[in-house]
Design a protein around this ligand. Structure first.
Ligand code: NAD
Ligand code: ZN
Length: 364
């Protein structure tokens, strides 16, 4: 088992990466589960495959698991589902010192984490990420949120989990397309800060997405280490280090917005194409070579992820895509910082990018 500490000023916690963690959940969480009742929030897809495993371990240890099963999908990160979760937690008499288990992908982790942040002004929670994206990204770092009519993740809080258990076995039941989408966030760590890891991804990326367990273990462990390092440096996204994690996301969000945040383009797919665009735009500005931009494109294509806007059939021009960026929540006093590349493995925040130039680039 790999144990990665997330070291924060206030309090630190562990991310454990291994097979079999959910089957031993009672043992893994023994120090944190002080009551018989254990509240668990999950979605129906995850419950179908993993609820019984978690319940079995808890019941064998004398616990009484209480499970709230929500609908799968981004729509669950909403005000009305949050209200349902809060009412349920209150009815279950969850107290501040208790820990709520968030069993699922980023949707369940973000929603349950936010519920934990505001229940009685903050109670404990444990992340049990079951998607690749959640294991390498959303379960670590303490960002929690819901969506509103005005946009994604606009209402939320920083609230760190007490523990993260990334059980590699859960990836066996994850749909292939979700696996590829999660992989975009894996290769992101290589592109933004670790050339050696990028080179590993070039060789082993296809193995990660097709289910090679040792490749998956290395990918998850390295990704969590990278995220933990950045979060420790900049817990609340104030110094700029954490902003580098947005590589590919500004372009990606514009594409997601154009598809109406529908299943036509998953978040990770948008990020994948967004990283290709960030690399090409970096080349256009003369920061990296065209050959390096082509290498990024090839690495992303080899995992079966999109690399061309045309392939999405969006039927819109560069101006329209750049227009979506005006609503980006990173907009700061009229400028939008872009994460660009100085080299593969060396991202930086460029605050001088003109949206008109980006629109022209996207229209080419
Ligand atoms: P998700 O939670 O919707 O999971 C994707 C799909 O896979 C869902 O249908 C889910 O039911 C299913 N699923 C998950 N695990 C499964 C398993 N083991 N077996 C079978 N099916 C499984 O989405 P996601 O991609 O995990 O996360 C996306 C969300 O994460 C977005 O809302 C995004 O905003 C958020 N996010 C948050 C952060 C953060 O720092 N908090 C970072 C990145 C993304
Ligand atoms: Zn992302």
């Amino acid at each position: 088992m790999a144990i990665i500490p997330v070291e924060l000023a206030g309090r630190s916690y562990e991310v454990r990466v291994a097979s079999g963690l959910l089957a031993d959940i009672a043992g893994q969480c023994a120090l944190l589960l002080r009551k018989k009742r254990v509240p668990i929030v999950t979605d129906s897809n995850v419950a179908e495959h993993w609820r019984a495993t978690v319940e079995k371990s808890l019941i064998a240890a004398g616990h009484e698991p209480r499970v709230l099963v929500l609908d799968p999908g981004e729509g669950t990160k909403s005000w009305h589902v949050l209200e349902r979760v809060m009412d349920w937690l209150l009815a279950e008499e969850v107290e501040r010192g208790d820990h709520i288990l968030a069993l699922g992908g980023g949707v369940i982790g973000d929603l349950t984490g936010f519920a934990a942040a505001i229940l009685k002004r903050g109670c404990g929670f444990i992340q049990l990420p079951t998607s690749l994206l959640a294991q390498v990204d959303s379960s670590v770092g303490g960002k929690t949120a819901i969506n509103t009519g005005a946009g994604k993740n606009l209402v939320g809080a920083f609230h760190q989990p007490a523990l993260v258990l990334a059980d590699l076995d859960t990836l066996d039941t994850l749909p292939a397309r979700e696996m590829r989408a999660g992989y975009a966030e894996v290769i992101k760590y290589g592109i933004l800060g670790d050339r050696e890891f990028f080179d590993w991804c070039m060789r082993e990326g296809p193995e990660v997405v097709t289910g090679g367990i040792s490749a998956q273990e290395f990918a998850v462990t390295q990704s969590v280490k990278a995220k933990a390092r950045i979060v420790a440096e900049d817990e609340r996204e104030t110094s700029g280090a954490r902003a580098l994690l947005n590589l590919g996301h500004t372009f990606g969000h514009a594409l997601e917005a154009q598809t109406g945040f529908s299943d036509r383009l998953l978040h990770g797919e948008g990020v994948a194409l967004g990283m290709v665009l960030a690399a090409r735009y970096s080349a256009r500005k003369g920061y990296i070579t065209e050959a390096d931009a082509a290498l990024v494109t090839a690495a992303i294509a080899s995992a079966g992820l999109p690399t061309e806007i045309a392939s999405l059939g969006l039927n819109c021009d560069g101006q329209t895509l750049a227009g979506h960026m005006l609503h980006d929540k990173k907009m700061d006093a009229g400028t939008l910082p872009f994460v660009l590349l100085r080299a593969i493995g060396e991202a930086f925040l460029d605050k001088q990018v003109s949206l008109e130039d980006v629109a022209a680039f996207l229209g080419e």
